[in-house]
Design a protein around this ligand. Sequence first.
Ligand code: PMP
Length: 285
Amino acid sequence: RTVYLNGEFIAEQDAKVSVFDRGFLFADAVYEVSAVLNGRLLDNAAHLARLSRSCQALNLRLPCQPEDIEALQNRLIAENSLQEGAIYLQISRGNSGDRDFDFPGESVEPTFLMFTQARPLIDHPKSKTGIRMVSVEDIRWQRRDIKTVGLLAPCLAKEYAHRHDADDALLVENGLITEASSSNAWIVDAEGTLVTRPLSTHILHGITRQALLALAKQHDIRLEERPFTLEEAMNAREVFISSATTFIWPVISLNGKVIGGGVPGPVTGKLREIYVAEAMRATAG
Ligand code: PMP
C-alpha cells in the first residue's frame, strides 16, 4: 500500500513515526474513518466536520483546511486504486522530542497520517447472516463524543466477545446500552418503534447513525431517540449496529438469547436496503 504521512505519499514500509509521538505515548490523537464506495468517499463532509469538532475539543491544530484534507484523501484512494473499503486518517499532537505530559509549544507540528483498507461493504457476509453479541460493562472515559485513538476499552470488549463465542460487544452503563464497541446500537422495540440513544458525551456521534435517522424520517419509519436498557434490547424484536465500515449489521443473538428468531429482521433489512441505495446513488459516476 501507499500511505500518507506528513505531506508525503510513500510505501507503507517507509512510513516512520517517532517513539516520542504523543499519539503513541498518550493516545493524544484523533482519527476518522470514511467509507469508500465506487472509488468515492461517502458522507465525507460530515466526517471532516466531526474531525474538526474532535480537534477543537482537544485544542489540537488541524494540519490543513478540510477541503485540502479531502483532496489528499482522494489522491490516496487513487494511488491505491481503492474501489470499496475505508480510508483511515489520524492526527496526533506530534513529536515533542521527549515524554512530557505538558502540551508542546506551537512550533511542534501535528503528525498527520492516512491509509486505505480494502473491504467489502455492500456484500459483506455478516450483513446477511447477522452477528452474535454479548454485553459488557462500558469502562471507557467520559468524552466518548471525541473520536480519540484511546481505544483499549473497545479492544478489550471485542476480545471478551470473541472469548465468549460472539462477534462483538454491546456496552452497558447503569443498565443502559451506550453503543457497541465500534458502532452505534439500535433496537426495534416491542411496539415496532425504531430506537437509538440520543446524542450526548456518552456516545460517539455516528455519521451513519445521523444518515439513518434522516432516511428513517423520510421513509416514515416510526422512531424515537431515547436511552434503552440491556433488558429491553434482549427482548427487542430487532437489534442492529451501524457504522461507516459496516453500514448496518443485524444482531441475531445477545448474551446467548436469540433475537428475532435468529434471522435479520424486516426493519433492519429495509433500512439497510434504503441506506445502500442512497450510498450507491451518492457515489455513482
Ligand atoms: N460508536 C463508536 C464507539 C465507534 O467507534 C464508531 C465507528 N467509528 C461508531 C459509533 C460509528 O460511527 P460512524 O457511523 O461515524 O462510523
